[in-house]
Design a binder for this molecule. Structure first.
Ligand code: B12
Length: 218
């Protein structure tokens, strides 16, 4: 029987890294990496977030679960077959102040699955450092993430700054905050809003942006 998000979340919470890794590697025998991340690991982490918010688990429990999740995602990445032949480049990062990065690792994985060269810069990258690095490496795309709504202005500021670089990279913004808010007003020309991994996959394969309905408007 296929493992369910709740079972995985419970393994994360119990600190059962070996068991969680076995479960995930078993899942990968019949599923792709993006299915693993979108259908299993993301909902498991969202459950952890709900239980944390409802005080069912402590901050320490949530940290342990996140550490095990991070380990399992890294282990899953070692099982991804490298693809060659695509020369496009993407820089993946979270803006200054943003600490959530598991989603960024999954975004990195999906770009790699499509043969892109990826520089995964992690979360909390100051703008000056990000711009300087982009100017040197000249990525075709800069992909950024925000988990919290109050980070959206930072995403806008970063997007505008990247778009002003002389090679005008395409900017893709995603993450939990972006997926739930109507950020039409925060959008700048050349910036794509991509809600989740299936939408990113669609864009990577067709070059088309998906129309979005949002729950809230800011
Ligand atoms: C783990 C966690 C943390 C960890 C993060 C560590 C780490 N290594 O990432 C720590 C402890 C640092 C943390 C801190 C905080 N957190 Co937190 N955190 C979580 C938790 C439980 C899981 C996050 C996660 O990994 N999710 C799984 C990933 C895979 O999901 P995702 O990020 O949404 O990414 C998916 C998509 O959004 C998309 N995606 C993501 N990025 C991008 C980018 C692009 C370009 C694209 C195309 C797609 C895309 O693809 C991913 C794959 O499906 C969430 C719960 C939740 N619902 O997410 C709370 C949660 C996000 N945190 C929350 C809060 C409040 C905080 C804090 C403010 C708490 C505090 N008081 O300090 C701080 C803020 C820290 C900061 N400055 O950023 C709240 C936010 C509530 C709100 N109303 O916005 C949540 C929802 C918990 C809750 N239910 O209350 N957190």
């Amino acid at each position: 029987m296929t493992i369910q998000p709740r079972e995985l979340a419970e393994m994360f919470l119990a600190g059962e890294d070996e068991r969680a890794m076995e479960a995930v590697l078993g899942y990968l025998e019949n599923h792709s990496h993006d299915e693993l991340y979108h259908d299993l690991v993301t909902p498991a982490m969202y459950l952890i977030g709900d239980w944390w918010q409802e005080n069912i688990i402590s901050v320490a429990d949530e940290h342990l679960a996140t550490a095990v999740c991070d380990f399992v995602v890294s282990a899953a990445e070692l099982k991804r077959k490298p693809k060659q032949g695509e020369s496009r480049k993407v820089m993946v990062l979270g803006p200054e102040g943003e600490d959530h990065y598991i989603g960024l690792k999954m975004v990195t994985s999906l770009f790699k699955d499509h043969g892109w060269q990826v520089q995964y810069m992690g979360p909390n990258l100051p703008l000056d450092a990000a711009l300087e690095s982009a100017q040197r490496w000249k990525p075709d795309v800069v992909a950024m993430s925000a988990a919290l709504a109050y980070r959206l202005p930072a995403l806008k500021m970063y997007s505008e700054a990247f778009r002003k670089l002389d090679f005008h990279p395409t900017v893709i913004i995603g993450g939990r905050a972006v997926a739930t808010a109507d950020i039409t007003k925060l959008r700048t020309e050349g910036t794509l809003v991509v809600k989740d991994l299936p939408q990113l996959k669609n864009w990577l394969q067709t070059g088309k942006e998906t129309d979005n309905d949002f729950e809230i408007s800011i």
